[in-house]
Ligand binder design. Structure first.
Ligand code: 5GP
Length: 191
């Protein structure tokens, strides 16, 4: 998606540890006009999949997921919550996610009330790096018995293994910008 790539080149800042900081338009301040275009692009890619629900993970996925849901005729958005309690109850689906940016492990939970076998789920997230967040969300969809139609990712770091690993299992992953390499002085995209 050309508009997104231009925005990354203009405003993205490469930080230590292979972290791309895009706080000015995605992860802190949010460029809603850009989000709207991102939502339309995800719709174009998944419009034939009869999506009934969008699943994302707090916090940064939520804004993108909500704007995307508007393109899908306002289908519901469910976000996986990062659980702080040790006792996880029976009425939630749960999985463990390793945070790429913080390095710690968190249990994420989704209430069984909001995802079930009748659903056709599109997962949306801001970044794909090693794939732990996406794996966690896929596991939750599988636990619920719902059908996973695929995942829509805003920025995939293609030089990290998550995207290729998950695609190799036959799961459809559509990323709007795939970064092939990045350093302080240059950033390149996969075509
Ligand atoms: P993964 O689980 O695929 O290793 O990492 C994905 C999650 O880590 C995303 O939900 C995102 O919050 C965060 N993340 C991974 N890489 C980056 C990055 O380069 N920049 C930012 N801002 N977040 C990232």
């Amino acid at each position: 998606m050309e508009l997104l790539k231009q925005k990354i080149l203009k405003d993205g800042v490469v930080k230590a540890g292979n972290v791309l900081k895009v706080d000015s338009f995605l992860n802190h301040q949010m460029d809603v006009a850009l989000f709207t275009e991102i939502g339309k692009e995800f719709y174009n890619r998944f419009k034939d999949c009869n999506v009934t629900k969008i699943l994302t993970i707090e916090a940064s996925g939520i804004g993108i997921a909500c704007v995307t849901a508007q393109s899908f005729n306002n289908i519901p958005v469910v976000f996986a919550k990062k659980s702080k309690t040790k006792n996880i109850s029976d009425d939630v689906y749960t999985s463990r996610v390793v945070s790429f940016t913080h390095g710690n492990e968190t249990d994420v939970v989704v209430s069984k009330s909001y995802l079930n076998e009748g659903d056709r789920v599109l997962i949306i997230d801001d970044f794909l790096a090693n794939g732990s967040a996406l794996e966690g969300l896929i596991s939750i969809v599988n636990q619920s018995g719902a059908t996973l139609v695929g995942a829509g990712i805003v920025i995939e770091k293609g030089f990290q293994p998550g995207g290729d690993l998950i695609r190799s299992r036959g799961i459809r992953v559509e990323s709007l910008a795939i970064i092939d390499s990045m350093s302080d002085t240059s950033l390149t995209f996969r075509d």
